[in-house]
Ligand binder design. Structure first.
Ligand code: PMP
Length: 394
């Protein structure tokens, strides 16, 4: 009972600081328009960047996958849950990212969160003398992976190459791991990956790239941040998610075959969990075809045009835009309560945006976060621009 009292007190404190998070129940498929509480909303808050989550070809492939493989995998990968569709997906993903790696191999995971835990804990298991260099705006799953590894972690300030260089130069750890998001999930900017990779190669460090928001959206063929920056190195460990632009669920790691074999043998988030349903892996084969093909090219081009439209249309004075050229477009308001009021006012008008507060972002930088998707029309984005410009002036 004492615990319940303490928990209630904690919840009240969150409420007083406008930090309670509300879930809303969606009654329709994911898409640019969704049904919530009997209303249609224009949603600017999903990560379904290419609007593939409700794509007829992927849904059909999912049904086909269920016919072929049933509903569930029934076991973990190392027992009996590793299906033919998982193998096909891994081979396809290794080819997808392979141009950028040496001796490429890919491994699928249930979620990106688990893949990140696996990379950091799995890669650091071999050498007790490992140091981790982690970018300050990294996703929670990378932070948690570093904590779980129980290795020395040094956090370098956002995009601060000079500080990272100094930390790498000063470190005498035998194994060094630099860990970064490619597209920062709450700011939308890109990590300076070419410069990061150059530093890693100079100091013999590995570069772990979390491309959750880049896979499918960046690069001419949608292969992600490594294609966008035209990078290639044996020192790269790449993580892409399959529940965002790919429209389904799951994640994968692509790296040198020895790294992947190590994860299979050692990474607890891979070993001790039930494999994703093979039907999902089967559906993802169609997602990858769409991402790489003409349809993906057209969807990325449309998405870019929407990003440019928002960029030129938003005219804010008090609120601050972040310098983002990706589908993630944050508008920093600062104060938690004002951010919540702005989010509620937009919602009233049928516009659903993310309201992001601490601890997800640093205190004093609460923000609205608009994410654009290929399924949005130019008129949708115009509606958002008009609403935001007007709201800021009230
Ligand atoms: N990394 C980043 C940068 C993310 O934004 C997310 C999800 N929000 C993840 C990892 C985790 O991916 P998943 O949702 O597949 O667990």
């Amino acid at each position: 009972m004492e615990l319940l009292r303490q928990l209630n007190q904690q919840l009240q404190t969150l409420d007083q600081h406008n930090l309670i998070r509300q879930r809303r129940t969606v009654d329709s498929p994911c898409g640019p328009r969704v049904q919530v509480d009997g209303r249609e909303l224009l949603a600017f808050c999903s990560n379904d960047y290419l609007s593939l989550a409700n794509h007829p070809a992927i849904k059909q492939a999912l049904q086909e996958g269920v016919e072929l493989y049933g509903a569930g995998s029934g076991a973990s990968h190392l027992i009996s849950g590793h299906g033919r569709a998982h193998v096909q997906l891994e081979e396809r993903l290794a080819a997808f990212i392979g141009d950028h790696l040496e001796a490429p191999r890919a491994l699928t995971f249930c979620t990106g969160y688990m893949a990140n835990l696996a990379i950091i804990t799995g890669l650091t298991v071999a050498d007790p003398d490992t140091a981790i260099f982690s970018e300050s705006l990294n996703h929670a799953s990378l932070i948690d992976g570093a904590r779980l590894s129980r290795k020395r972690v040094q956090v370098y300030p956002h995009a601060d190459l000079a500080t990272l260089k100094q930390l790498l130069a000063d470190s005498n750890a035998a194994t060094k791991l630099v860990v970064t998001d490619s597209v920062f999930s709450m700011d939308g900017d890109l990590a300076p990956l070419p410069q990061l990779l150059a530093l890693c190669e100079q100091y013999g460090a590995w570069l772990v790239v979390d491309d959750a928001h880049g896979f499918g959206t960046l690069g001419a063929r949608g292969h992600g941040a490594l294609e966008h920056f035209d990078l290639r190195s044996p020192y790269l460990v790449y993580m892409g998610t399959l529940g965002k632009a790919a429209g389904v669920s799951g994640a994968f790691v692509a790296a040198h075959e020895t790294v992947i074999e190590t994860l299979i043998q050692k990474a607890r988030p891979y070993i001790f969990t039930t494999a994703t349903p093979p039907a999902l892996a089967h559906a993802l084969l169609t997602s990858l075809d769409l991402i790489e093909g003409d349809e993906g090219v057209a969807r990325r081009a449309h998405l870019q045009s929407l990003i440019a439209q928002l960029d030129s249309g938003l005219q804010l004075q008090r609120w601050q835009r972040m310098p983002s050229s990706t589908a993630i477009q944050p508008i920093v308001i600062g104060d938690n309560a004002e951010t919540m009021r702005a989010g509620a006012a937009l919602y009233q008008q049928g516009l659903w945006l993310g309201t992001i507060r601490p601890p997800t972002v640093p205190a004093g930088t609460a923000r609205l976060r608009a994410t654009l998707c290929a399924g949005h029309t130019s008129a949708d984005v115009e509606q958002l621009i008009v609403a935001l410009n007007a709201l800021e002036r009230t």
